[in-house]
Structure formats: structure tokens, C-alpha cells
Design a protein around this ligand. Structure first.
Ligand code: ASP
Ligand code: MG
Length: 404
């Protein structure tokens, strides 16, 4: 069997953890499997490297930043290779250049386009465990690029797809995918299986267990993912096309605290105002999530929308500079909100899911500021201070902790 195993930063945080993971890899080798392991940078290395860059420059060149932060993964693979050698196994580390992991041009948030399989195959044929750097790629200028925070998951899935691996295991510091973040909701339950679509919504709505592009890619190439812990032997969660074991109305709840709300008050109630606002934002690369427009009264209307908190200051400056052209009487921005989303394929055929969610929030005394829905997701914007209360209430209302 050809197995791709991906280990996150906490799984390889120090020498003991590296040795422990080497042991897990060795178990597969002993069973006669061929192993490719994709590694993230150790512990907080990526954050520390970014902090170093900011000690030098408030606005470092994106190319140089990728050059810097891609070194974290390179440390991990070299160390893991040494650990395997110490244990008497053949292993070799390869970075994005050596493998040939080709990405789009952009730095900082690049996309994988193609992975060459030749070098990896040669090394596997030589009897090596192949240790590959996650998160990084090479663009057409032969520069290092990175895939966005958490991007090593995507590297692993892409390699599993390119190499036609039999298994793709994503090892992390939790035992799988839960109905909600177990640090917030005490009785959150580990799921046996989840569909790609549900996982994609959860990952996009703030659940941090998998990089959302990795799920997109797994769906596209039909790679079944196994999410499990490197610390325990517990069974993990399978991410795949169709799930059979559990037929839940709601599969999971996600929270996203990285949101800010923007309100434009007193816009003229005439055609073209929404276009002006969102055209301005899109031309400045500011992504908008939930949008709400009030009904017109006495010739004016209000438009509110949410953005990533990282874009808040840029948005403030942009809107203030264009206040007159937009015709807004007032512009308000706030970072005191959080977005809570419930996700479940069962929603499509079951009316009343939204009202159940709103009832749970009402009973908990939590006010809803914005609502948005898609086929398998309902999101609400609430005050940040109510996050725990709201998540517990929704989790209880849908009996998510209970048995099936
Ligand atoms: N080391 C990178 C990060 O911290 C990539 C990853 O961990 O997946 O975001
Ligand atoms: Mg991760």
C-alpha cells in the first residue's frame, strides 16, 4: 500500500514528538507499506518567522516573506529524516523544488497547479520513506511560494492525488472532526464520517481542523481523508463523498471570530448604490461575506456587510475616502461580532432547521444581528461575548451530543 501521512506543527513540535512520529511512520514501513510523510513547521515556527520579518519591516516583500517562512517546513523534514535514520530506516527529505510542486504566481496564498511524481517515485523505489515539506511550492519564476496558513493539509492531499495513494491520513492534535470545537462545547462529539461538502462548509466557516482548499481538492480527486490524532490511537473521522453511518440533521457548528461588521447608513434609495459600494470593495480586493440591505424608508436605506477583521482598517480608510461619492451619511465598523454557522446535508430535506436554531438562540437570550443561508448551512452574526452560550445552546437543541 502507498500511504500519505501528514503531521501538523504540534505533532512535530520538539525532538520527542519527532521521534514519536518517526515511530508511527516506522510501523507502516514494518508492515511493508510505502510511506510519504508531509510535514508542517515545528510548533509555532511559522508565527515566529513572521514575527521576525516584522521586526525588520512593517510591510515585508511578499516574495521574501515566503522565502523566509518556507524554511520552517524544511527544518521539520530534515529532522524527521534524521530521526528515521537513527532508528535504522532509509529516509530522504525533499522540498518543493526537489519534488517539483508547481504553484500559481502569487506569494502568500498560492495554489498548487501540478506535482511531479518522478523524484518521489525514484526515492520510494530505492526503499526510502519520503519526507516532503508541506505548505510550500515553486512558481514559474522559480521562487518559493506558500499556500496560505494551514496549507500543509493541501500539500498532503495533492500528493495523495498525484501519487494515487491508497490512504491519506491527516494527523493533528485533536482526534478527528467534532460536532463543535470541544474546547468551547464540552459535550461535543467526534464524528465517524463527514461528507466533503459538509467538511468544506465547516472549514470555510471557521472550523480549523482542515485547510478548506485541502477539502476542495480531496473532493475533486476523490481522495478519502482520515483525520486523526498523532498522540492517541483513537479512531479518527473519515472525510468522503457519501456518508452512511450517521444521518444527522446537523453535522457540525463552526465559529468564526475573525469577522468585522461594516454599516453604511443613510444611502439614497436609488438603483446602483449597492453596485458602487461592492464594486469599490472588490476593486480593492476586499472580500465580503454576509450582506444585508434594509428596506427603503423616506428615500434612504442602509447596507451592512461583514468582512475579515484583517481588512477592517483598509476598509475604513477606503470607505471614509469615498464617503461622499457613495452618498453615505454615516459609516460604522465594529469587531465585536462573531459568526456562528450550522452545517448539515440533512437540512436540504428538512424544513424548520433555521427556526430551531433561532429558537435556541432566543432561549439563550442571544440577539441575532445578521443571517445568511445556503443549501447546507445557516450562519448568524452575534455578539462575540455570546459565542460560548450560543454554541452550547444550539448543540443542545439539535441533540448533537446524543446517540444517533
Ligand atoms: N506551517 C504553516 C502554518 O503554520 C502551514 C501548516 O501548518 O499547515 O500555517
Ligand atoms: Mg492545520
Amino acid at each position: 500500500m502507498l500511504i500519505v501521512k501528514k503531521f501538523g506543527g504540534s505533532s512535530v513540535a520538539n525532538a520527542d514528538r519527532v521521534r514519536h512520529v518517526a515511530g508511527l511512520i516506522a510501523e507502516d514501513v514494518e508492515k511493508g507499506h510505502r510511506v510519504i510523510a508531509v510535514l508542517s513547521a515545528q510548533g509555532d515556527t511559522t508565527d515566529e518567522l513572521i514575527a521576525k520579518a516584522h521586526e525588520i519591516s512593517a510591510n515585508p516583500s511578499k516574495r521574501e516573506l515566503d522565502m523566509l517562512i518556507s524554511t520552517g517546513e524544511q527544518q521539520s523534514v530534515a529532522l524527521m529524516s534524521m530521526a528515521l535514520h537513527e532508528m535504522g530506516y532509509k529516509a530522504i527529505s525533499l522540498n518543493a523544488f526537489q519534488v517539483g510542486m508547481h504553484t500559481t504566481r502569487v506569494y502568500g496564498n498560492s495554489r498548487l497547479k501540478r506535482i511531479d511524481s518522478e523524484r518521489i517515485n525514484v526515492e520510494l523505489d530505492r526503499g526510502n520513506v519520503v519526507l516532503v515539506t508541506g505548505f510550500q511550492g515553486v512558481n514559474r519564476y522559480e521562487d518559493y511560494t506558500t499556500l496560505g496558513r494551514g496549507g500543509s493539509d493541501t500539500t498532503a492531499v495533492a500528493i495523495a492525488a498525484a501519487m494515487h495513494a491508497d490512504r491519506c491520513q491527516i494527523f493533528t492534535d485533536v482526534e478527528g472532526v467534532y460536532t463543535a470545537d470541544p474546547r468551547i462545547v464540552k459535550n461535543a462529539r467526534k464524528l465517524k464520517e463527514i461528507s466533503y461538502d459538509e467538511m468544506l462548509e465547516l472549514a470555510s466557516q471557521g472550523a480549523k481542523v482542515l485547510h478548506n482548499r485541502s477539502v476542495e481538492m480531496a473532493k475533486r480527486y476523490n481522495v478519502v481523508l482520515e483525520v486523526l490524532s498523532s498522540m492517541t490511537r483513537a479512531e479518527g473521522t473519515l472525510v468522503k463523498e457519501e456518508t452512511q453511518v450517521e444521518r444527522l440533521l446537523i453535522t457540525g457548528i463552526a465559529v468564526d471570530k475573525n469577522v468585522a461588521r461594516v454599516s453604511l447608513i443613510g444611502l439614497a434609495d436609488v438603483p446602483g448604490r449597492a453596485f458602487r459600494v461592492f464594486d469599490l470593495l472588490s476593486r480593492n480586493n476586499i472580500n465580503v461575506d454576509i450582506i444585508l440591505q434594509s428596506i427603503g424608508r423616506e428615500g434612504t436605506k442602509d447596507i451592512s456587510f461583514t468582512i475579515s477583521r484583517d481588512d477592517m482598517e483598509a476598509t475604513r480608510t477606503l470607505l471614509e475616502a469615498n464617503k461622499e461619492q457613495l452618498g453615505a451619511q454615516e459609516i460604522q465598523l465594529s469587531d465585536q461580532f462573531a459568526k456562528i454557522s450550522i452545517v448539515g446535508a440533512g437540512m436540504i430535506s428538512n424544513p424548520g432547521v433555521a427556526s430551531k436554531m433561532f429558537e435556541a438562540l432566543y432561549n439563550a437570550g442571544v440577539n441575532i444581528h445578521m443571517i445568511s443561508t445556503s443549501e447546507i448551512k445557516i450562519s448568524v452574526l452575534i455578539a462575540q461575548r455570546n459565542v460560548e452560550l450560543a454554541m452550547e445552546a444550539i448543540h443542545d437543541r439539535f441533540n448533537m451530543a446524543g446517540s444517533i
